[in-house]
Design a protein around this ligand. Structure first.
Ligand SMILES: Nc1nc2c(c(=O)[nH]1)N[C@H]1C(S)=C(S)[C@@H](COP(=O)(O)OP(=O)(O)OC[C@H]3O[C@@H](n4cnc5c(N)ncnc54)[C@H](O)[C@@H]3O)O[C@H]1N2
Ligand code: MOO
Length: 406
């Protein structure tokens, strides 16, 4: 059976992902959130002409040739402007960020002066406008500082605050529920027997979702019965989540119940099985009743991680209104060793960066690519990507990689 190509599946998933509703948040809570509306400056910054240095505010024409001596008539400090005016032959002591007094049009830095009481001797000539930050030089009131769809980074928060904006309108965080399935699964630290398996997926998938901007709820582990699986899915769909992620039970074994349980609960599966290695049994669809997006990840931990990177992370971003490319974001690299021809599935092999050649990383796939093996997922720097039916390639040839998170 022909499997759906990864890029087609991703485009299909993203085509159903409209941004969620907006909500106001205080600036202190806004890091990492995505703007739903533009941020408009409420004030002009700087609010007045100010000094960029500690020194003396002068009239440039009084200080065109040096040395010359001016009379000190006052002080302008940040937050405490000088009330008077710099008349010919006078100067005002000024500090960084302080308002330029009326009459002055240049700053002489204090290193270029000698002081004797109120007699200030300038040893460096003034240039008009020197060391002055003009009002509005950063931005003006009414200016758009940031556009919708922008994810607020640390430096953006300073800009928003400087614009005198204390609350921003952001897209709601996608609420993502995680449902693990499998009789064999137990939590870490719970004393697993050899026949049991630790529910490791949960932690990597949750962390990826969280980093992408989601609010994550762990709905626990379901046993492998149709009744329990359906009840778990139903409760999850009724829970008001935007996205339900299941792990395990996605394949064709007797205990793989997710697809029939989802279908029985009204989730129309748009995709089930894609041309991806690892991650072939990936499925997704949408609940007709609740509109919850449902992503069924394979149980193998590496498959689940790769599917979460390729599908869940873009979905969470798209739900926040971020621009997401409808194909995996691959980078160029070079092969450190020869690779074999690929078959029909797009292959994401755990790989190490072993050096750099002509400005791009030189990558080598790890020996073991079994999708249950987590140690070499943690060890890998990138995933070496092999397109469906890619021919064999030799060391030194260009290749594509997908970055794993730092
Ligand atoms: N006859 C076939 N068998 C399999 C096929 C196939 O096409 N035909 N596909 C294989 C592929 S590819 C994958 S991937 C796996 C995925 O299967 P499931 O999604 O049904 O996963 P499970 O059978 O439930 O579990 C597989 C494996 O992963 C462990 N597991 C499950 N959940 C977790 C978790 N949350 N954390 C850590 N480990 C987990 C589970 O114990 C199993 O060892 O199917 C192949 N089989
Ligand atoms: O492709 Mo499965 O996803 O072999 O692990």
């Amino acid at each position: 059976m022909a499997l759906m190509p990864v890029e087609e599946a991703l485009a299909l998933l993203l085509s159903t992902a409209a941004p969620l509703s907006a909500e106001p948040v205080a600036l202190a809570e806004a890091a990492g959130r995505v703007l739903a509306a533009p941020v408009i400056a409420r004030r002009t910054t700087p609010g007045a002409d100010v000094s960029a240095m500690d020194g003396y505010a002068v009239r440039a024409q009084d200080a065109s040739s040096v040395p010359t001596t001016l009379e000190l008539i006052g002080e302008s400090a940040a937050g405490r402007p000088f009330a008077g005016r710099v008349e010919p032959g006078t100067t005002v002591r000024i500090f960084t960020g302080a308002v330029l007094p009326e009459g002055a049009d240049a700053i002489i830095i204090q290193e270029d002066t000698l002081r004797d009481g109120t007699a200030i001797t300038l040893t460096e000539a003034a240039t008009q406008g020197r060391h002055i930050r003009r009002a509005g030089g950063d931005f003006a009131a009414g200016e758009t500082l940031l556009a919708p769809g922008h994810r607020l980074r640390a430096r953006d928060l300073a800009l928003v605050a400087a614009g005198d904006v204390d609350t921003v309108s952001v897209v709601s965080r996608p609420r993502v529920a995680l449902l693990s399935t499998g009789d064999e699964l137990v939590r870490p630290g719970a004393g697993a027997s050899p026949h049991q398996v630790i529910v490791s997926n949960l932690y990597s998938v949750a962390a990826l979702a969280l980093a992408a901007g989601a609010e994550v709820t762990d709905l626990g582990i379901l046993p492998d019965t149709m009744e329990a699986t359906q009840a778990g899915v139903r409760a999850a769909l009724d829970g008001g989540f935007d996205v339900l992620v299941t792990t395990g039970g996605a394949s064709v074994g007797d205990h793989d119940l997710i697809a029939p349980a989802l279908t029985a609960q009204g989730v129309a599966l748009a995709v089930h099985k894609i041309a991806l290695r690892p991650g072939k049994p990936l499925m997704f669809g949408r609940s007709a009743a609740t509109h919850t997006q449902v992503l069924g990840l394979p149980g193998n931990p590496v498959s689940a991680h790769v599917c979460a990177l390729l599908f869940l992370v873009p979905l969470i971003k798209a739900l926040q209104g971020l621009a997401v490319p409808a194909r995996p974001e691959l980078e160029l690299a070079r092969l450190a060793v020869d690779v074999k021809a690929n078959e029909q599935r797009m292959d994401f092999q755990r790989a190490e960066i072993v050096g750099h050649a002509e400005g791009v990383p030189l990558v080598r796939a790890l020996q073991v690519q079994d999708s249950s093996m987590l140690h070499n997922l943690a060890r890998a720097d990138v995933l070496l990507v092999r397109r469906p039916h890619a021919p064999a390639a030799e060391a030194g040839e260009m290749c594509e990689i997908l970055r794993l998170e730092d």
